[in-house]
Write a protein that binds this ligand. Structure first.
Ligand code: URA
Length: 234
């Protein structure tokens, strides 16, 4: 039977992100066949080895992997819980998906809308967010006035932000829409699009994500979800 690393096995098990699973291993909360292990690469044979996390045995084969796209409405937090009791994506998920330990892939500001991917597969979340895999993200923005050619060039060439220069982007003018520009970026820094526009003197009034890699928001209405097929996620 095929062996794979403990970290990979846990991140595929649909019980938490790669980061959470790494912390659990480091903190000695995982055992294989009764022995606590702290190495991410400890070999595991699925269906044979007994893995216990936080005192509970995992049934690795029983989980189903899901990836959903959600059109996040404004005002909803893209987290699974909030200490201040504000509404999160879990509060708006249809009941049939609530027991699957889904969590968001990347983030979208509270005031932004649009495409948010949710999964219970840590491996997939890692591949979609890690800069090494460079998934394009396309946003539509509404600003108060037109950009001039120089401002478009600055956005496209990269803007110096306090956490470093942004990677090259593309900017397109939109017509017949509430939103006046589409911008495609390759990173996922906090408030990145808003900060890029602010640094050239424009406040973003509305921001909507419409694509991540090959996955498009399409005509999904705010608050609606749809399962995403595997081949779009490669
Ligand atoms: N950039 C932002 O500024 N906000 C988002 O929610 C996503 C990208």
């Amino acid at each position: 039977m095929e062996k794979q690393s403990l970290l990979k096995t846990l991140t595929q098990a649909g019980i938490g992100s790669r980061r959470k699973m790494s912390v659990a291993i480091k903190e000695g909360r995982v055992s294989i066949n009764g022995e606590v292990v702290t190495g991410f690469n400890s070999p595991v044979t699925k269906g044979k080895d007994r893995i216990v996390l936080n005192g509970k045995q995992l049934d690795i084969k029983a989980k189903s992997f899901v990836c959903l796209k959600l059109n996040k409405p404004k005002g909803i937090l893209s987290t699974t819980k909030d200490e201040r009791g504000r509404r999160t994506i879990i509060d708006i998920l249809p009941r049939k998906y609530r027991h699957l330990y889904l969590y968001p892939v990347g983030r979208l500001d509270k005031n932004s809308t649009g495409l948010l991917l949710l999964t219970n597969n840590g491996d997939l979340a890692y591949r979609l967010t890690h800069p090494r895999f460079e998934k394009e993200k396309e946003y539509e923005v509404q600003i108060q006035c037109e950009l001039n050619i120089n401002e478009i060039h600055r956005l496209e060439a990269g803007i110096k932000l306090e956490d470093g220069k942004t990677a090259p982007a593309t900017v397109k003018k939109l017509r017949d829409s509430d939103y006046n520009y589409a911008i495609t970026i390759h990173e996922g820094r906090k408030h990145q699009v808003r900060r890029m526009f602010i640094s050239i003197g424009h406040r973003v009034i509305k921001l909507k994500r419409v694509r991540i890699g090959n996955v498009k928001l399409g005509n999904l209405k705010e608050g609606q979800v749809k399962e995403v097929s595997r081949n779009l996620l490669e």
